[in-house]
Design a protein around this ligand. Structure first.
Ligand code: ARG
Length: 571
């Protein structure tokens, strides 16, 4: 595919004799495409050329107009200190449709990540606790990043860092010992274990000796006590069964489920490395690293009863991952409430004697919380909303919408499921990560809003048009001029930028960029569809429009799949 930015940079560099790469980095997309398709801000050169941006812009334009030929460029104009370029639209259309015709489902895939390793850590729920909507958002965001990195050719490793260790398990074990027989754990593991957990916490508040017993249970677990390990294994097994059900429904997978407990035998090394660094100090019987100077408080490495902490396990994970995966980046998708924790852990990791490369590669991707607009669903369990209930409700609601619109649809249940889950997934990803997400059924299920179902609906519409024709028109026979209009060009331009968009989304670790893009593409198609009759009587009009319909559907599908969303075939 022709790289227009590179063509423009080439042209400018011939006029000023500055490195193409440097110029390429300065090229922008103007806010309004009536000004031009790309812009070069000449103030970037003002210092080195010792001239005003405006003068530079005029001189460049003159040189380019009079002596430099480049078929990719249609027109150059000066506005203020900017040089605005209009690209050759027919060339844009031609290069885009040829590329997508050739690549099809693989359109946008790249190998820029070749030989680079990226760990994406996501989901990471705590076992024996409900999988709530916060974990859901985490899971969906992480999974979409995982897909995108993979699509760009990175060697990507998805890790679910299960919360399967820590003092709370000492409590769980104690509660189970006391009342295990009263609860039907087989039937309803997480709900029942949560009840035990709430009850034992109450008792701990009243009775110091029980609390002590709990702490010692965790210590015993760390030391490999048979009874404690056995109960803990059962908790884990039962929880995973329930979590896996959710992952299956969502289509989410991991390459590794090494959670906190996996590092239980890898913690001594952390302690001794930190001791060697001279930064591990005793404080009231505990071992800590003092980060007050960095304004990060203190990081506890070992408690006074010698048991390890959440932070120690994260440090052990860093060491293990560096050695095992030799990662270039290790991304942690974890809510912003844990900002301080990750600052501390990344700071203390500098003391482990690891190569600088690994420390630089540690990146926390914080995301905001999920609030409900109406608290209606939450009643049964206090304020925790179970993800299984949420998914069920989505499906029921979509079912009744479909019942009204298209009640004798084929594959009804399959499609309804894809729409319901797609709506939840899209809404979780489409909000800029750091913002809190407001969850509201009417908003996320609106087939005409900026939603997953809207994109799915647009896709289904493209498909139903294609079902009226025998064959996708041959790309070589498409009359490019038919697509050289405002509405079609909007679509073509977006499609041309698809790979760039995925790259930007991964560079910023912000999958909402791809979600936004897909909304724009669906909207662009709707405007086109409203303006032009796709099944025109004139063959050259029909072929071009059908082809555009086909490639739009393709990109919508590839993009949604990257977000972890499947497309229904009817709506
Ligand atoms: N299990 C933790 C929780 O639910 C999240 C774990 C995040 N990952 C990590 N490496 N600390 O809050």
């Amino acid at each position: 595919m022709i790289n227009f930015i590179e063509e423009i940079a080439k042209t400018i560099s011939q006029a000023v004799n500055i490195d193409i790469d440097e110029i390429q980095g300065y090229i922008e997309v103007p806010p309004d495409d009536t000004i031009g398709d790309y812009a070069f801000p000449c103030f970037r050169l003002a210092k080195s050329l010792k001239k005003s941006p405006n003068i530079i812009a005029n001189e460049l334009k003159e040189k380019i107009d009079s002596s430099i030929e480049n078929v990719a460029i249609e027109k150059v104009e000066v506005a203020g200190g900017y040089l605005n370029f209009s690209i050759n639209k027919n060339l844009l259309i031609e290069t885009t449709i040829q590329e997508i015709d050739e690549k099809k489902e693989e359109y946008g895939r790249s190998n820029i990540g070749k030989n680079k390793k990226i760990i994406v850590e996501y989901s990471s729920p705590n076992i024996a606790k409900p999988f709530h909507i916060g974990h859901l958002r985490n899971t969906l965001i992480g999974h979409s990043l995982y897909n995108m990195y993979k699509f760009l050719g990175y060697n990507t490793i998805g890790i679910n860092h299960l919360g399967d260790y820590g003092t709370q398990f000492g409590k769980m074990i104690e509660g189970y010992k006391l009342w295990g027989k009263e609860y039907n754990i087989e039937e309803n593991p997480i709900e029942e274990l949560t009840k035990i957990y709430v009850r034992i916490n109450e008792l701990c508040k009243q009775d110091e000796t029980i609390l002590e017993a709990c702490r010692s249970n965790f210590k015993k677990l760390e030391d490999g006590d048979t009874y404690c390990v056995e109960i803990w294994n059962r908790f884990k097994e039962l929880s995973l069964k329930e979590f896996n059900r959710i992952y299956d429904i969502l289509g989410v997978k991991f390459d590794s489920l090494n959670g906190e407990a996996f590092y239980s035998d890898k913690m001594d090394e952390i302690v001794s490395l930190l001791e060697k660094s001279g930064k591990l100090i005793e404080s009231e019987g505990a071992k800590i690293v003092d980060l007050e100077e960095e304004k990060m408080g203190v990081c506890m490495i070992k408690k006074s009863n010698n048991s390890t902490t959440y932070a120690t396990r994260d440090l052990a994970a860093i060491l293990y991952r560096a050695r095992t995966y030799d990662f270039d980046k290790c991304l942690y998708v974890v809510a912003y409430e844990q900002n301080l924790h990750f600052k501390q852990v990344f700071e203390v990791a500098k003391l482990l004697g690891l190569d600088e490369k690994y420390i630089k590669g540690l990146i926390h991707i914080p995301y905001g919380m999920v609030h409900l607009k109406s608290g209606r669903m939450s009643t049964r369990e206090g304020n925790v909303i179970k993800v299984t209930d949420l998914i069920e409700e989505a499906i029921t609601r979509v079912e009744s919408i479909i019942e009204e619109k298209n009640s004798n649809m084929e594959n009804k249940y399959e499609n309804v499921k894809k729409i319901g889950i797609g709506a939840i997934t899209f809404s979780n990803i489409a909000t800029t990560l750091i913002k809190d997400q407001v969850f509201d059924w009417d908003t996320i299920l609106n087939f005409n809003g900026e939603t997953g179902p809207y994109i799915q609906y647009t896709y289904v519409r493209t498909n139903s048009i294609l079902s009226c024709i025998d064959n996708i028109p041959n790309v070589k026979e498409i009359d490019i001029n038919q697509l050289n209009n405002k509405e079609a060009l909007r679509i073509i331009k977006l499609i041309y930028n698809f790979q760039e968009t995925i790259i930007e989304a991964t560079n910023k670790n912000e999958p909402s960029i791809l979600a936004r893009y897909l909304i724009d593409l669906a909207k662009a198609y709707s405007s086109f569809y409203n303006e032009y009759k796709v099944m025109s009587q004139k063959k050259e009009e029909r072929d071009a429009r059908v082809f555009l319909t086909y490639v739009t559907g393709l990109v919508l599908k590839i993009g949604m799949n990257l977000l972890g969303i499947e497309m229904p075939d009817r709506m």
